[in-house]
Ligand binder design. Structure first.
Ligand SMILES: [Zn+2]
Length: 271
Protein backbone atom coordinates (compact mmCIF):
# COMPACT_ATOMS: atom_id res chain seq x y z
CA UNK A 1 0.00 0.00 0.00
CA UNK A 2 1.43 3.43 -0.87
CA UNK A 3 2.42 5.19 2.34
CA UNK A 4 3.00 8.90 2.90
CA UNK A 5 6.61 8.84 1.64
CA UNK A 6 5.58 7.15 -1.62
CA UNK A 7 2.82 9.71 -2.08
CA UNK A 8 5.26 12.56 -1.43
CA UNK A 9 7.78 11.09 -3.88
CA UNK A 10 4.98 10.72 -6.44
CA UNK A 11 4.13 14.40 -5.91
CA UNK A 12 7.75 15.43 -6.36
CA UNK A 13 7.96 13.34 -9.54
CA UNK A 14 5.48 15.47 -11.51
CA UNK A 15 4.51 18.62 -9.57
CA UNK A 16 7.00 20.90 -11.34
CA UNK A 17 6.29 19.44 -14.75
CA UNK A 18 2.50 19.72 -14.62
CA UNK A 19 2.35 23.18 -13.02
CA UNK A 20 0.82 25.60 -15.52
CA UNK A 21 -0.41 22.89 -17.89
CA UNK A 22 -3.80 23.23 -19.54
CA UNK A 23 -6.22 20.33 -19.27
CA UNK A 24 -7.10 19.01 -22.73
CA UNK A 25 -9.33 16.11 -21.70
CA UNK A 26 -10.25 14.01 -18.71
CA UNK A 27 -11.43 10.42 -18.89
CA UNK A 28 -12.54 7.96 -16.25
CA UNK A 29 -12.22 4.18 -16.58
CA UNK A 30 -14.03 1.78 -14.27
CA UNK A 31 -15.55 3.22 -11.08
CA UNK A 32 -13.09 4.02 -8.31
CA UNK A 33 -13.74 4.18 -4.58
CA UNK A 34 -15.60 7.49 -4.84
CA UNK A 35 -17.17 9.26 -7.82
CA UNK A 36 -15.40 12.19 -9.46
CA UNK A 37 -18.18 14.55 -8.47
CA UNK A 38 -18.25 16.57 -11.66
CA UNK A 39 -18.53 16.08 -15.41
CA UNK A 40 -15.00 15.28 -16.64
CA UNK A 41 -15.58 17.76 -19.47
CA UNK A 42 -15.90 20.57 -16.90
CA UNK A 43 -12.16 20.19 -16.25
CA UNK A 44 -11.23 20.84 -19.88
CA UNK A 45 -9.62 24.23 -20.49
CA UNK A 46 -8.63 24.74 -16.84
CA UNK A 47 -5.02 25.00 -15.80
CA UNK A 48 -3.26 22.91 -13.19
CA UNK A 49 -1.44 25.06 -10.65
CA UNK A 50 0.24 23.65 -7.55
CA UNK A 51 0.31 19.98 -6.63
CA UNK A 52 0.12 19.77 -2.86
CA UNK A 53 -0.12 16.85 -0.46
CA UNK A 54 -2.24 16.43 2.64
CA UNK A 55 -1.73 13.10 4.36
CA UNK A 56 -1.92 10.55 1.58
CA UNK A 57 -4.02 12.79 -0.68
CA UNK A 58 -2.55 14.71 -3.57
CA UNK A 59 -4.29 18.00 -4.19
CA UNK A 60 -4.17 19.45 -7.70
CA UNK A 61 -5.19 23.09 -7.64
CA UNK A 62 -7.12 24.05 -10.77
CA UNK A 63 -8.50 27.37 -12.02
CA UNK A 64 -11.80 26.36 -10.42
CA UNK A 65 -11.58 24.04 -7.46
CA UNK A 66 -9.22 21.15 -6.95
CA UNK A 67 -8.80 17.45 -7.63
CA UNK A 68 -8.07 15.16 -4.68
CA UNK A 69 -6.27 11.98 -5.67
CA UNK A 70 -5.81 8.98 -3.38
CA UNK A 71 -3.81 5.93 -4.43
CA UNK A 72 -5.81 3.52 -2.29
CA UNK A 73 -4.25 0.08 -1.83
CA UNK A 74 -2.59 -0.44 -5.18
CA UNK A 75 -2.67 2.81 -7.14
CA UNK A 76 0.19 4.57 -8.86
CA UNK A 77 0.37 7.76 -10.88
CA UNK A 78 2.46 8.36 -13.93
CA UNK A 79 2.97 11.58 -15.85
CA UNK A 80 4.30 11.05 -19.34
CA UNK A 81 4.50 13.14 -22.48
CA UNK A 82 3.38 10.24 -24.67
CA UNK A 83 0.86 7.89 -23.07
CA UNK A 84 -0.13 4.60 -24.64
CA UNK A 85 -3.82 3.71 -24.89
CA UNK A 86 -5.23 3.10 -21.38
CA UNK A 87 -4.74 -0.45 -20.12
CA UNK A 88 -7.27 -2.56 -18.24
CA UNK A 89 -6.15 -1.12 -14.86
CA UNK A 90 -5.90 2.54 -15.95
CA UNK A 91 -8.94 4.29 -14.51
CA UNK A 92 -8.23 8.00 -14.81
CA UNK A 93 -6.45 9.97 -17.50
CA UNK A 94 -5.90 13.71 -17.30
CA UNK A 95 -4.46 14.79 -20.63
CA UNK A 96 -2.73 18.16 -20.40
CA UNK A 97 -0.63 20.39 -22.62
CA UNK A 98 2.47 19.03 -20.82
CA UNK A 99 1.62 15.32 -20.68
CA UNK A 100 -0.84 12.74 -19.45
CA UNK A 101 -1.39 12.13 -15.75
CA UNK A 102 -2.65 8.55 -15.40
CA UNK A 103 -3.91 6.60 -12.41
CA UNK A 104 -3.26 2.87 -12.61
CA UNK A 105 -5.12 1.05 -9.87
CA UNK A 106 -5.74 -2.71 -10.16
CA UNK A 107 -7.79 -2.95 -6.97
CA UNK A 108 -9.66 0.35 -7.48
CA UNK A 109 -9.59 1.50 -3.84
CA UNK A 110 -8.07 4.73 -5.09
CA UNK A 111 -10.08 7.77 -6.08
CA UNK A 112 -10.09 11.08 -7.92
CA UNK A 113 -12.55 13.56 -6.45
CA UNK A 114 -13.32 17.11 -7.53
CA UNK A 115 -14.16 19.74 -4.90
CA UNK A 116 -15.06 23.40 -5.37
CA UNK A 117 -12.56 24.28 -2.62
CA UNK A 118 -11.11 22.74 0.53
CA UNK A 119 -14.11 23.86 2.58
CA UNK A 120 -16.56 22.03 0.28
CA UNK A 121 -18.20 18.92 1.78
CA UNK A 122 -16.48 16.62 -0.74
CA UNK A 123 -13.07 17.81 0.49
CA UNK A 124 -13.94 18.06 4.19
CA UNK A 125 -15.18 14.46 4.13
CA UNK A 126 -11.71 13.31 3.06
CA UNK A 127 -9.39 15.84 4.72
CA UNK A 128 -11.38 17.08 7.69
CA UNK A 129 -10.19 14.61 10.32
CA UNK A 130 -6.55 14.37 9.36
CA UNK A 131 -3.98 15.07 12.05
CA UNK A 132 -0.84 17.16 11.72
CA UNK A 133 1.54 16.75 8.80
CA UNK A 134 4.67 14.96 10.03
CA UNK A 135 6.98 16.54 7.45
CA UNK A 136 7.57 20.27 7.63
CA UNK A 137 6.95 22.90 10.26
CA UNK A 138 3.32 22.01 10.90
CA UNK A 139 4.40 19.07 13.09
CA UNK A 140 4.53 20.98 16.33
CA UNK A 141 6.00 19.24 19.39
CA UNK A 142 3.67 20.89 21.91
CA UNK A 143 0.62 19.98 19.84
CA UNK A 144 1.91 16.42 19.47
CA UNK A 145 2.32 16.19 23.26
CA UNK A 146 -1.18 17.53 23.81
CA UNK A 147 -2.60 15.08 21.27
CA UNK A 148 -0.95 12.08 22.92
CA UNK A 149 -1.82 13.19 26.44
CA UNK A 150 -5.51 12.93 25.50
CA UNK A 151 -5.26 9.32 24.33
CA UNK A 152 -5.36 6.21 26.53
CA UNK A 153 -4.79 3.74 23.68
CA UNK A 154 -1.39 2.11 23.04
CA UNK A 155 1.00 4.55 21.39
CA UNK A 156 1.39 2.52 18.21
CA UNK A 157 -2.34 2.45 17.60
CA UNK A 158 -2.59 6.18 18.24
CA UNK A 159 0.11 6.78 15.62
CA UNK A 160 -1.70 4.55 13.11
CA UNK A 161 -5.07 6.21 13.73
CA UNK A 162 -3.85 9.33 11.94
CA UNK A 163 -5.88 11.87 13.89
CA UNK A 164 -2.91 13.16 15.90
CA UNK A 165 -0.34 12.91 13.12
CA UNK A 166 -1.04 11.65 9.60
CA UNK A 167 0.86 9.23 7.42
CA UNK A 168 2.64 7.14 10.05
CA UNK A 169 1.75 3.73 8.63
CA UNK A 170 2.55 0.36 10.16
CA UNK A 171 6.17 0.17 8.99
CA UNK A 172 7.01 3.73 9.99
CA UNK A 173 5.26 3.50 13.37
CA UNK A 174 7.24 0.36 14.26
CA UNK A 175 10.51 1.93 13.14
CA UNK A 176 9.92 5.28 14.87
CA UNK A 177 9.02 3.59 18.17
CA UNK A 178 12.23 1.57 17.97
CA UNK A 179 14.31 4.68 17.33
CA UNK A 180 12.64 6.40 20.27
CA UNK A 181 13.10 3.35 22.52
CA UNK A 182 9.38 3.11 23.27
CA UNK A 183 7.42 -0.14 23.69
CA UNK A 184 4.50 -0.08 21.17
CA UNK A 185 2.00 -1.15 23.85
CA UNK A 186 2.63 1.81 26.19
CA UNK A 187 -0.41 4.03 26.69
CA UNK A 188 0.07 7.26 24.70
CA UNK A 189 -1.04 9.42 27.62
CA UNK A 190 1.58 7.94 29.93
CA UNK A 191 4.61 9.02 27.88
CA UNK A 192 6.83 11.61 29.55
CA UNK A 193 7.67 14.82 27.73
CA UNK A 194 11.27 13.78 26.92
CA UNK A 195 10.03 10.49 25.48
CA UNK A 196 7.40 12.27 23.37
CA UNK A 197 10.14 14.59 22.14
CA UNK A 198 12.24 11.59 21.11
CA UNK A 199 9.27 10.05 19.32
CA UNK A 200 8.52 13.34 17.55
CA UNK A 201 12.09 13.44 16.24
CA UNK A 202 11.99 9.74 15.31
CA UNK A 203 8.76 10.08 13.29
CA UNK A 204 10.27 12.93 11.31
CA UNK A 205 13.48 11.03 10.80
CA UNK A 206 11.99 7.79 9.46
CA UNK A 207 9.58 9.56 7.12
CA UNK A 208 12.18 12.04 5.84
CA UNK A 209 14.62 9.19 5.21
CA UNK A 210 11.99 7.27 3.28
CA UNK A 211 11.24 10.30 1.11
CA UNK A 212 14.96 10.76 0.44
CA UNK A 213 15.34 7.10 -0.38
CA UNK A 214 12.30 7.25 -2.64
CA UNK A 215 13.74 10.30 -4.32
CA UNK A 216 16.95 8.47 -5.09
CA UNK A 217 14.99 5.41 -6.25
CA UNK A 218 13.09 7.72 -8.55
CA UNK A 219 16.30 9.16 -9.98
CA UNK A 220 17.88 5.74 -10.41
CA UNK A 221 14.87 4.07 -11.96
CA UNK A 222 13.03 6.93 -13.63
CA UNK A 223 11.96 5.27 -16.83
CA UNK A 224 9.81 6.23 -19.77
CA UNK A 225 6.71 5.42 -17.74
CA UNK A 226 7.67 7.74 -14.93
CA UNK A 227 6.60 5.09 -12.42
CA UNK A 228 8.01 5.54 -8.96
CA UNK A 229 7.57 2.00 -7.72
CA UNK A 230 7.77 1.30 -4.02
CA UNK A 231 10.71 1.35 -1.72
CA UNK A 232 11.41 0.37 1.82
CA UNK A 233 13.83 1.44 4.45
CA UNK A 234 16.48 -0.88 5.76
CA UNK A 235 14.20 -1.82 8.65
CA UNK A 236 15.46 -1.99 12.23
CA UNK A 237 12.51 -4.06 13.46
CA UNK A 238 9.73 -4.25 10.87
CA UNK A 239 9.25 -7.76 9.43
CA UNK A 240 12.33 -9.00 11.35
CA UNK A 241 10.70 -11.37 13.85
CA UNK A 242 13.34 -13.63 15.45
CA UNK A 243 16.23 -11.84 13.77
CA UNK A 244 18.85 -10.15 15.99
CA UNK A 245 18.29 -6.50 16.86
CA UNK A 246 20.73 -4.37 14.88
CA UNK A 247 21.67 -2.54 18.08
CA UNK A 248 21.76 -5.17 20.86
CA UNK A 249 21.36 -8.55 19.05
CA UNK A 250 18.27 -9.54 21.10
CA UNK A 251 15.77 -11.39 18.86
CA UNK A 252 13.08 -9.06 17.53
CA UNK A 253 9.62 -9.95 18.83
CA UNK A 254 6.32 -9.99 16.96
CA UNK A 255 2.86 -9.35 18.34
CA UNK A 256 -0.57 -8.57 17.01
CA UNK A 257 -1.94 -5.18 17.94
CA UNK A 258 -5.37 -4.17 16.66
CA UNK A 259 -5.24 -6.50 13.62
CA UNK A 260 -1.77 -5.25 12.67
CA UNK A 261 1.65 -6.81 13.08
CA UNK A 262 3.92 -5.06 15.53
CA UNK A 263 7.66 -5.68 15.81
CA UNK A 264 9.89 -4.48 18.62
CA UNK A 265 13.11 -5.19 20.47
CA UNK A 266 12.31 -6.19 24.06
CA UNK A 267 15.70 -4.91 25.18
CA UNK A 268 15.88 -1.53 23.36
CA UNK A 269 12.17 -0.88 23.95
CA UNK A 270 11.80 -1.97 27.55
CA UNK A 271 8.77 0.16 28.38
ZN1 LIG B 1 17.74 -4.08 20.72
Amino acid sequence: MPELPEVEVTRLSFADRIAGAEILSAAMGKPLRWALGCDPDDLVGQRVHDVRRRGKYLLLDLDRGLLLIHLGMSGSLSFTSQAAAPGVHDHFDLATSRGVLRLNDPRRFGAVVHAADEAAPAAVKLLGRLGMEPLGDAFDLAAFQAGLRARQAPIKQVLLAGDVVVGVGNIYASEALFLAGIRPTVRAASLSRPRVARLHAAVREVLAKAVLKGGSTLRDFSNAQGQTGYFQLEAMVYDRQGEPCRVCATPIQWMRQGQRSTYFCPQCQKR
